[in-house]
Design a protein around this ligand. Sequence first.
Ligand code: ATP
Length: 236
Amino acid sequence: MNALLEIVDLKSFYGASQALHGVNLVVRPGEQIALIGRNGMGKTTLLKSIVGLLSDRRGRIGFAGTSTLRAKPEDIARKGLAYVPEGRGVFGSLSVVENLVMSARQGVSGSRRWTIDRVFEVFPRLHQRRGNGGHQLSGGEQQMLSIGRALMTNPDLILLDEATEGLAPLIAQEIWKTLGVIRAEGIATIVVDKDFRSLAKVADRMVVMAKGEVAFDGTPGELQANPAILERHLGI
Ligand code: ATP
C-alpha cells in the first residue's frame, strides 16, 4: 500500500543546533506507530517537523502524495494532519463544546464521520463537562478534549505527543482505549509516550529514536525480542 507519510533523510535545526540527523520513516494509512526513546532524542522535534512547525528542515517529507517539506503548518493540516501537542493547547476561556465546534471540518475525502456526538460517545466524561470552560477541566479531561478536537478535523493522521504524561492511571487507560478506537477507524497515528508496555499493546510498529535518528523500527514483538535495544535506548 502507498505510504501516507514518507520521511527520507530528514534533518531539522533549531538555529545553529541540529536536532534531527537523517530520520527515515514510513507510515501507511491506518497504521499506529509508537515513537519512543529517552529524553531529548528528537521525538517532539520529529513531530514538529512533520507538522511544519520547525522551519529549518531538510531532506524529504511526503504526506498524502505531495511534498510538505516547504509547506506551512496550516496547509499541512488541511491535507488531513492533526497535532495534539504536549501540554494539550486547550482554549481555557472556551467551553468544551466551543473547543470542539471550532475545530470541526470535513476530512480531505469529504468524510464527516467525526461529529460532536461521536466524540461524546467516545469520551462520555466530556459530555458531562460540555458546558465547562477549558480551564476548569482536569489534565485528563483536557487531553480527551485535545484528542476530541483532533478527531473533529476528520484527519487521516494524528500526531499525539506525550499521550498520557502526568495522567492518573485510570484516565491513562481511557486514553489507551481511545487509541484502539482511533485505530479501528483506520486513522493513522504517531504516538509519543513513556509507557512502553501500553504502547506495545496498541501499536503496529515501535520506532525508537536515539540522538536524532531512528535506532530501531519494527513490530512490538521484534522489539521485545531485542534486549540490547531495550536496555540501551529505553532502560528496560
Ligand atoms: P523529551 O521527551 O524530553 O521531550 P524528545 O525526544 O521529544 O525528548 P526533543 O524535545 O525533540 O526530544 O529534543 C531533541 C533535541 O533538540 C534535544 O537536544 C533538545 O535539547 C533540542 N531542542 C529541543 N527544543 C529546542 C529548542 N526550542 N531550541 C534548541 N534546541 C532544542
